[in-house]
Every structure is written in structure tokens, then in C-alpha cells.
Ligand binder design. Structure first.
Ligand code: GUN
Length: 174
């Protein structure tokens, strides 16, 4: 999709492309659609990040809770979005050893227990080891810190999803 196409799409078509940029939360894509025209893929990505950061704490928690657990039951059963499945595969989370699955299960359970939400990280910017270490370290955060960290990660995830959907601009940056 070119930037010109994106700026000209009817809303229903825009939603078909961008509705899943924020996991199971298409209303954000509607807000981004209303903010057209955009001048670069990065400004489209920034618009998604802004609407998520601007939201109130309860709405942010709902957005975080729309994410499946990493290497969780839904992922194992193939019941996650195509985006989530391919991101998890990029870090090898779809082919863990039994010991690694058990470790993820422990970390996810401890994280849910403390924060009442799934552990979200921009998997494509990490390795299996750094994801596990991150979960372990983030268990020390306060709920408020962790809500902000999760939203930050969701912004990183959204940015990469948006950049995947838009043709690279081959003109020189000025
Ligand atoms: N990071 C990237 N995608 C996902 C996802 O679907 N779930 C969680 N928990 N983290 C992610």
C-alpha cells in the first residue's frame, strides 16, 4: 500500500488494512483514519501510538488485556491473530523446548498474578532470552509503571505492523 493510496482509501478499506494494528482494538484505527492525510509511514505509526497513549487508564488496561499470552494456550492452539502468531514465531516462541514452555508458563502466571494482565513486549525487537529476562525484571515494577511499559511496547508493536503495511518511500529524506 502506498501512502497516496492510504490517504485516499474509503474508511471501510482503511479498516481492512489497519484494523488489527492494535490487537483486537479496531476503534484506534478509526481514530487514525480520521486523522488523514499522513505524510509518511512513520507519522501513521506515530498516530497509532498517540491514540493509545492518550487513552485513559481503564481503556489502556482493556487494550493490554486484548493481547494473548506469549507462548500461551491460545498461541499453542493456533487461536491468535496472524500478526501475533508471526511475531511470536519471529522470536522462536512457537518452537520452545518443554522446559522453556514451562518457564514461560511460570512467568506468565506470576505476571498475571501481580498485574492482572498479560505480559506484553515487542517480540520482534527481542530474542527468546531477552523476552524471558524482561518478564522476570518487569515483575519488580509497580502496576502503574507496568501499565505504561506495556503501552510503550504496544506502540512499538503497532509501529512495526504499520511499517509492514506501507510501501517504503524511496525518496530521500530531507
Ligand atoms: N508482543 C507482540 N505480540 C504480542 C502478543 O500477541 N501478545 C503479547 N503478550 N505480547 C506480544
Amino acid at each position: 500500500l502506498s501512502l497516496n493510496d492510504l490517504n485516499a482509501l474509503p474508511e471501510t478499506e482503511f479498516m481492512r488494512y489497519f484494523g488489527a494494528v492494535l490487537e483486537h482494538s479496531p476503534r484506534y484505527a478509526q481514530a487514525v483514519c480520521a486523522g488523514r492525510p499522513y505524510t509518511s509511514a512513520e507519522t501513521v505509526a506515530a498516530a497509532f501510538i498517540q491514540v493509545a497513549f492518550r487513552d485513559g487508564p481503564e481503556a489502556q488496561l482493556a487494550l493490554i488485556r486484548a493481547h494473548p499470552d506469549l507462548a500461551g494456550k491460545a498461541a499453542l492452539a493456533g487461536e491468535v491473530t496472524a500478526e501475533s502468531a508471526s511475531e511470536q514465531a519471529s522470536a522462536g516462541l512457537d518452537r520452545l523446548s518443554p522446559e522453556e514452555y514451562a518457564e514461560f508458563h511460570r512467568l506468565n502466571a506470576a505476571y498475571h498474578q501481580k498485574f492482572d494482565m498479560p505480559f506484553v513486549v515487542c517480540v520482534r525487537e527481542h530474542t527468546k532470552a531477552s523476552i524471558m529476562r524482561g518478564a522476570f525484571d518487569r515483575l519488580n515494577n509497580t502496576p502503574e509503571q507496568e501499565r505504561q511499559q506495556a503501552i510503550h511496547e504496544i506502540g512499538r508493536i503497532a509501529r512495526l505492523r504499520v511499517l509492514d503495511l506501507i510501501e517504503p518511500d524511496l525518496t530521500e529524506p530531507d
